[in-house]
Design a protein around this ligand. Structure first.
Ligand SMILES: [Zn+2]
Length: 258
């Protein structure tokens, strides 16, 4: 009997020892449900403020509300985010790069708690408040885009990275004058990729992809830009713009250098 009790006691201790310690709390807000752990109890109010600003910003940009409600998960550390991405993207071995801190798709936004970025990220700093707001805006544009796209989680897309990321980078405000100047310099030096498929690669990816979407927005107008959000294939986007990829890139170059 004693042995059996000891066995049960060890079993119970083991269960507690290996049980994930994270307990998610949730709070319902207009447009989204906010999930967080006890580690972020003290940051909750501030994060909700940034999210609310972002939701308003996206709605104003397209003059249209989000089509559906979504969830926001604030992860206490990178391990928690990686576990979620491994499950969501069905990639059990996936390990995120140190610059990755968030993702957005039709149903949800995942983010590592910004107060931990100094420790958990090699590129982002929580103290840079404007950049933090822009990053959250960026993910919210992905959510808005996913809710209208033929592939809501962007898993079934054909060469539209430049458009998905370019839209989020441009519309969020991340394509600042420094990034635009870097693209102009690369154009002057003939160091720009020759196909859109390569625009979301390398150090200039934000400026390259974002400036193409800026060109579309300025030239064709916001309504036309909005009409492209449903497409998950590059050819559909080009068809809607009535131009070939070569023409688009040529006109984008003129736009950037004028
Ligand atoms: Zn993105």
């Amino acid at each position: 009997m004693r042995t059996r009790n000891l066995f049960i006691a060890v079993a119970i201790i083991s269960v507690f020892a290996f049980k994930p310690t994270k307990n998610w709390f949730s709070e319902k807000h207009t447009t989204y449900t906010f999930f967080y752990t006890s580690a972020d109890q003290k940051n909750k109010k501030e994060y909700v403020g940034v999210l609310d600003n972002g939701v308003k910003f996206v709605k104003t940009f397209f003059d249209e509300p989000f089509k559906k409600e979504f969830t926001v998960y604030v992860h206490p550390d990178r391990r928690s985010l990686d576990t979620t991405w491994q499950r969501d993207f069905k990639m059990p071995e996936f390990r995120s790069e140190c610059w990755m801190v968030a993702s957005g798709m039709a149903t949800k936004l995942d983010i590592i708690s910004p107060v931990t970025w100094d420790k958990e990220s090699c590129e982002h700093k929580y103290s840079e408040k404007i950049k933090t707001q822009e990053l959250i805006n960026h993910e919210l544009f992905h959510v808005f885009h996913g809710q209208l796209n033929a592939s809501p989680d962007f898993s079934d897309v054909d060469n539209i990275d430049w458009f998905v990321e370019g839209l989020a980078a441009y519309a969020s405000g991340q394509c600042d004058s420094l990034r635009m100047a870097q693209v102009k310099k690369a154009l002057d030096e003939n160091k720009v990729p020759t196909t859109l498929d390569k625009f979301w690669t390398g150090k200039l990816k934000y400026g390259l992809s974002g400036s193409v979407v800026k060109y579309i927005d300025v030239t064709y107008g916001r309504k036309k830009l909005r009409s492209l959000l449903g497409f998950n294939k590059k050819q559909q986007i080009l068809k809607e713009l009535s131009c070939s990829e070569e023409e688009l890139l040529m006109k984008w170059k003129e736009f950037m250098l004028k």
